[in-house]
Design a binder for this molecule. Sequence first.
Ligand code: NAG
Ligand code: NAG
Ligand code: NAG
Ligand code: NAG
Ligand code: NAG
Ligand code: NAG
Ligand code: NAG
Ligand code: NAG
Length: 466
Amino acid sequence: MKTTNFLCGVLSCALYFISAVLAQDFASHGTYTEPNTGIVFYTSFETNGTVEGDGEFSEVSWGGFTFGIALPENALTVDSFEYIGLIIGSTPNGTGWSGVVQGDNVGAGMPNHLMLLAWPTGNGDEIATSFRYTSGYLAPVPYGGSASIYPIYSKVNATNWTLVYKCTNCLIFDDPTQASFNTSTSKGGFEQGWAQSDAPPYDKTDANSNFDQHNNGMGEFSIAVASATQSDYSKWATETATTTYTSTTSSGTPTATSISASAVPTGVTYDYVVIGGGAGGIPIADKLSEAGKSVLLIEKGVASSARWGGTLRPESGWLDGYNLTWFDVPGECNRIWNGGSDGVACTDTDQMAGCILGGGTAVNAGLWWKPNPADWDVNFPTGWKSSDMSAATQRVFSRLPGTDHPSMDGQLYLQSGFNTIRTGLANANWTSVTANDVPSQKNRTYAHTPYMYIHGERGVLWLHTS
Ligand SMILES: *[C@@H]1O[C@H](CO)[C@@H](O)[C@H](O)[C@H]1NC(C)=O
Ligand SMILES: *[C@@H]1O[C@H](CO)[C@@H](O)[C@H](O)[C@H]1NC(C)=O
Ligand SMILES: *[C@@H]1O[C@H](CO)[C@@H](O)[C@H](O)[C@H]1NC(C)=O
Ligand SMILES: *[C@@H]1O[C@H](CO)[C@@H](O)[C@H](O)[C@H]1NC(C)=O
Ligand SMILES: *[C@@H]1O[C@H](CO)[C@@H](O)[C@H](O)[C@H]1NC(C)=O
Ligand SMILES: *[C@@H]1O[C@H](CO)[C@@H](O)[C@H](O)[C@H]1NC(C)=O
Ligand SMILES: *[C@@H]1O[C@H](CO)[C@@H](O)[C@H](O)[C@H]1NC(C)=O
Ligand SMILES: *[C@@H]1O[C@H](CO)[C@@H](O)[C@H](O)[C@H]1NC(C)=O
């Protein structure tokens, strides 16, 4: 069970990395001469323990984090888009990644900024680096802009790792898919962000590897250009690497888990494209296709049902020969979170989500609620009110009525929890209802859960419009 993600799902914490709060500098600053290279850095650091001020969702940094920067002597008068950087990352469990956000003159939120991530590969003093960006609070993807990195020194020990590097075009944001901008050193200051994790990227040897959200500190700090300019900059900038290094190429896409899926067809035009086959996407796609429109419903990940090519079955073999996956079996839907299903729980979002048809929603939990008319009437535009939707809803529920007595013999089993809560609610004068008979009665009512089970299977197949 992904407890933290579940809580985030409940609490709607949309944060993946580095908050968009107003720029505020909570780090400590100093000057540090890196002993192996002699380069003098203006440093910004957080010490071991509580992150001061801006560690939201990641309020402790075990081992601390340090970023150092050296700029050309004339950076206050002529914008420099390169710098020499120092990252000292912490690996409290002997592994992890650290990263900086190359902010701009105003802020260093995660979206639409260049990020430099780095981590020990496990091979001696080798550090892998990766340029990334993201347009939202999402898993960062490889960056396609002109930034490049040249390693000068790296060292890994049991608690920290150190990387000294020259970063060219790193104060330019020019990923070809995004609006570009330059950060100006001649304005006297700019913002940087940082974040750190104690879990390694999924493949430490792959610069494009996916990785989990930071969990070991995050924050933002300001670079005072006047404190970072160095008269020896041009000498240091030509120093050669002293250690081995992993390629930093940022081409391609992050590695995906090796699961089979159909590619989106090319060369075909659709009337509608619906993104996400969950509790909202499936009925919308269904209504549109019933109206004769061509609809492409895009879902990420494997098929959940064996009828559509799903293959995730128990290794012990008890479903072999039944043309069913874990997810077709009532009561096994939580396999998305709980073993037996590598590559199905999404790893690139901090929400509780399944990368599978039906996502992490009611569809895969096997729940089957008739929508409350108020949901359509309050939230949806003209043409999509409950009166517009009732015929489509009826068609779907006539194909798949669902049941609140999901056992094969129609008996209710293991009712002690339900009965305990029912007693309390009944004493408080709540009304017992059959939920899908009275979808508008949601105030002080209680019901047995309706499930989308039919003929002993999760009934997602029955939603399919021919
Ligand atoms: C960081 O602080 C924790 C808790 O005080 C302590 O157990 C740990 O040894 C410290 N780590 C380092 C690297 O100083
Ligand atoms: C590196 O490790 C030391 C000792 O393990 C720790 O006290 C320190 O905070 C770390 N340094 C940085 C810059 O993270
Ligand atoms: C790593 O160490 C931290 C701090 O001791 C601990 O909270 C965390 O659970 C550890 N993570 C792993 C993956 O062991
Ligand atoms: C590990 O590296 C860090 C950063 O350079 C340093 O502060 C720390 O003393 C080193 N620890 C050991 C045990 O050498
Ligand atoms: C950023 O600076 C580079 C180098 O001077 C220049 O070629 C580019 O046009 C600038 N981009 C923007 C958006 O100002
Ligand atoms: C599983 O069901 C689908 C749809 O009914 C059918 O096309 C397929 O042949 C079945 N596969 C097996 C192994 O029985
Ligand atoms: C429930 O309804 C009864 C009868 O109207 C009333 O006497 C009782 O106070 C109500 N109980 C609560 C908890 O509202
Ligand atoms: C729910 O019912 C209670 C008791 O009848 C009432 O006071 C309350 O306003 C109702 N809430 C809504 C949202 O209708």
